[in-house]
Design a protein around this ligand. Structure first.
Ligand code: IPD
Ligand code: CA
Ligand code: CA
Length: 277
């Protein structure tokens, strides 16, 4: 796509960075200082003034910089414009809201750009640790402006993995519980970070070796997918086939562990727990 020239990607990366830092300032402002926490529908799916304020901050910056034909899909507002646009921004103003409300310091602003559905640019900003992850197709991935690379771990038994559980986990046998048990058994450990964008960013910079999850939205993962790929890792569907960012299910790894993780995911039978009383 001609529009995806290096200079355009660089310019949009800078705009996304400015937007992520502006939203991060909002998240720093409300940290430990929330006046209300609401549920969005499903039990546990929270929203706060920090989510909404951060999204407004992202949009204020992007509206100033972006061409009018770019589409925008933002978690709290839905489609702001152009769902069918060939260039679509996917924005999570606060990934890790549950962590944030508990002041568990693991959350981020995530801003990704999809070109014909394919993630091509991403910024993930953790305002608590001041970690700024950036990547664009062909331009590499960085953490605080220094290049990053995935880990070299090539044995599951020596790996540190991460996953997460969607808000619908009590309503479906596809709840990820059995997968969590299996990988816990086979690896050095499985973390449950609570912020998909950071889970992916940590695979990109080698702090974690692999990540899988289902029930995700495009704004959770668009940016992180680019980070992992540009840092030398792989991102696919569970079975290793090309990943569809709208399908909400992905396997990301340093590449070395991809096949064994994909094979393991294919073997697992669901673990269904009794309904809540
Ligand atoms: C959630 C986080 C979490 C993942 C959930 C997401 P939110 O995003 O990324 O790690 O397990 O599926 O919905 O609601 O905090 O923006
Ligand atoms: Ca999210
Ligand atoms: Ca969110």
């Amino acid at each position: 796509m001609a529009l995806l020239s290096e200079s355009n990607l660089q310019r949009w990366l800078d705009s996304a960075t400015e937007a992520a830092l502006a939203a991060g300032a909002v998240l720093q402002h409300y940290w430990g200082n929330l006046s209300r926490i609401d549920e969005k529908g499903r039990s546990g799916d929270l929203v706060t003034e920090a989510d909404r304020g951060a999204e407004a901050a992202v949009m204020a910056v992007l509206e100033r910089h972006l061409p009018a034909d770019h589409g925008v899909l933002a978690e709290e507002s839905g489609v702001i414009r152009g769902r069918e646009a060939s260039l679509l921004w996917a924005i999570d103003p606060l990934d890790g809201t549950t962590n944030y409300t508990h002041q568990y310091p693991f959350c981020a602003v995530s801003i990704g750009l999809l070109a014909e559905g394919e993630p091509v640019l991403g910024v993930v900003y953790d305002p608590i640790h001041n970690d700024l992850f950036r990547a664009a197709t062909g331009l590499g991935a960085s953490l605080n402006r220094r290049p990053i690379h995935v880990s070299k771990t090539d044995r599951l038994a020596q790996s540190l993995l991460v996953t997460g559980f969607a808000y619908d986990r009590r309503e479906t046998p596809d709840n990820n519980y059995a997968e969590f048990c299996h990988f816990t058994h086979l690896s050095q450990g499985v973390r449950r970070g609570g912020a998909a964008a950071i889970d992916l960013a940590y695979v990109a910079c080698g702090r974690l070796d692999g990540y899988w999850e289902r029930g995700l939205a495009p704004w959770d993962i668009a940016a992180g997918i680019v980070l992992v790929r540009e840092a030398g890792g792989r991102v696919t569907a569970y079975d290793g086939s090309p990943m569809d960012v709208m399908a909400g299910r992905l396997l990301a790894s340093n590449g070395h562990l991809h096949q064994v993780m994909s094979h393991t995911l294919g073997q697992i039978k669901p673990l269904v727990l009794p309904p809540l009383v």
